[in-house]
Write a protein that binds this ligand. Structure first.
Ligand code: GRF
Length: 215
């Protein structure tokens, strides 16, 4: 285990957020990348980056979904990371696990939470006539995309936008925001307090304005 703030990234797909997180490593270090899909392209990104611990836990190697997730939980347990980053990880985490790692699991969600939890957020933003859309980084609790919000970044929804163009715009926002939030947590500028409120140091607020990635 690295002495630097070690983080574990969980993903199921492309891994573009993993790439963004890897690029900003300094205050934190990606110690492991785990996936529930053997063919997740994000695993190749991890390999190219030379991450020492990369593991897939494909569903067909386990008798049921819970055993599959338990294997992932055990791997995380033995790593004991300072932070678990969900980056397009398409599984619901068990309540026990989430409670055990309270304040140590964060997620990127492609909407301005609490609006548009769940899937297909971009087409729903258009259908609902939203004029702003974006992404949220939040601490994970046992609800669906319901944990305390750390930071958001937003863009206009134009008349010319469709779900695809909106997804591309929001993904860019995710890539800018997510690594900065991970870094802030590693530096102790953001944390989840006992009352379930997010502590945000003004230094982090300033950084977000400087980078112009504030919602
Ligand atoms: C992102 O849109 C993220 O908001 C959602 O899953 C997608 C992951 O994309 N949770 P990638 O695998 O990081 O490219």
């Amino acid at each position: 285990m690295n002495s630097k703030f070690p983080i574990c990234v969980l993903l199921s797909g492309k891994g573009s957020n993993l790439r963004a997180i890897l690029e900003r490593q300094a205050a934190y270090q990606v110690a492991a990348v785990f996936s529930d899909k053997a063919d997740a392209p994000g695993l190749q990104i991890a390999q190219k980056a030379g991450i020492s611990l990369i593991k897939a836990f494909p569903r067909d190697q386990y008798p049921d979904k819970l055993s599959q997730k338990n294997a992932i939980y055990e791997a995380i347990e033995s790593l004991n990371p300072n932070l678990i980053c969900l980056a397009g990880f398409m599984q619901i985490l068990e309540k026990n696990f989430v409670n055990r790692y309270s304040g140590k699991i964060i997620n990127v969600h492609p909407s301005l939470l609490p609006k548009l939890t769940g899937l297909n957020t971009h087409s729903r933003a258009i259908e609902q006539g939203e004029d702003r859309h974006g992404c949220s980084i939040h601490f994970v609790d046992s609800g669906l995309d319901s944990g305390p919000i750390i930071a958001q970044s937003s863009c206009d929804v134009k008349d010319t936008d469709d779900a695809e163009s909106l997804a591309a715009k929001v993904l860019k926002l995710e890539h800018r925001l997510y690594p900065v939030v991970v870094e802030a947590i590693a530096l102790g500028l953001v944390r989840l307090e006992k009352n379930n409120k997010v502590f945000v140091d003004p230094v982090f607020e300033k950084k977000l304005s400087e980078l112009e990635i504030r919602s």
